[in-house]
Design a protein around this ligand. Structure first.
Ligand SMILES: [Ca+2]
Length: 316
């Protein structure tokens, strides 16, 4: 990694609006981040829709030079579970964006991940994981040296004392493909995880949404409506004012790590129990003696986070 050079990243994602905010904040920050590609996977909605939504967001922001690859259509071992109840049938309900005209990049996302990481020197590329970890696990299966070659893997996923959001025990991204998550958490790379404990502090309150809308650009207007649609479900579910802006925390962490805090801990993923499938078992108090494998970010300064996100979106 050359000092002063933007940090190369890959964004693996299943857009819904909070994923798209993460992508656009990264693309609006070329002095800090170089987005090599966006890779999409089945998650919030099926993969043909996540691949479409990623390109919708890039076209809205006029950043179509970033290649978008489509990846896995289903988890490694299990049938796909989606989240249309939160994001609507398209994954992007709440604001009509035109169908994209930019074609998908040729190739399968896990192959592209391997090629883009391995074509660079070791310790360069950071993987930003905003979705079930199927593509990443497949890439690691194809190229076992991948984990030793990345700089860092930053994952939005998991939960500790906050409990789950898809089952009482599990967070959605980990629950959808627990075997992939277990594979990635056990890979030996430098892994940072941003769980629900953290993202549930970062709510799209009316004041923050109005500030976003106040930018007055087409990007701001679209995300004002998309995030407003999203929070209807969350507000009903949690009884909060606003919904969590989960996935943009990953990019915010790369831009401003000082607004997050956490601890290096051991985390294992439950892959067997029907009751707690996909639970991230966080050894916060180090009671097991298992080697810490994850920097687990439990807190964020939410005002600083939204200032950063809104400030960067205002550039587009
Ligand atoms: Ca996501």
């Amino acid at each position: 990694m050359t000092p002063g050079r933007p940090r190369p990243i890959l964004i693996d994602t299943d857009p819904s609006p909070d994923d798209a905010v993460a992508m656009l904040v990264a693309l609006a920050s070329p002095e800090d981040l170089e987005v090599l590609a966006v890779t999409t996977v089945a998650g919030n909605v099926p993969v043909h829709l996540t691949a479409k939504n990623a390109r919708k967001a890039l076209e809205l922001a006029r950043r179509t030079q970033t290649p978008v690859y489509a990846g896995a259509a289903a988890p490694l071992l299990r049938p796909l579970v989606t989240a249309e109840q939160v994001h609507g049938k398209t994954g992007f309900d709440g604001y009509d964006l035109p169908d994209p005209v930019t074609p998908l990049a040729a190739g399968f996302a896990p192959d592209a991940i391997v090629d883009l990481v391995m074509s660079r020197p070791p310790g360069e590329v950071t993987l930003c994981c905003l979705a079930p970890l199927t593509n990443i696990a497949l890439a690691m299966a194809k190229e076992p040296r991948l984990a030793g070659h990345v700089r860092e893997i930053v994952i939005m996923g998991g939960a500790f004392s906050e409990g789950g959001n898809i089952t009482p025990a599990a967070e959605f991204n980990i629950y959808v493909d627990p075997e992939a998550a277990a594979r990635v958490l056990g890979c030996g790379a430098h892994i940072t995880m941003i769980p629900l404990d953290c993202t549930h502090q970062a709510l799209t309150t009316p004041t923050r949404l109005e500030k976003l809308r106040g930018i007055g650009t087409p990007v701001a207007e679209a995300f004002y409506h998309l995030l407003k649609f999203n929070k209807i479900f969350d507000e009903r579910k949690y009884g909060w004012v606003g919904g969590p802006l989960h996935d943009a925390t990953v990019v915010a962490y790369l831009l401003a790590p000082e607004i997050f805090s956490g601890r290096k801990v051991n985390i294992e993923v439950e892959c067997a129990s029907p009751l707690t499938l996909g639970m991230t078992v966080v050894d916060w108090w180090s009671v097991t003696g298992r080697t810490p494998n994850v920097l687990f970010l439990r807190n964020v300064n939410a005002d600083a986070y939204f200032d950063l996100v809104i400030g960067r979106l205002a550039r587009l």
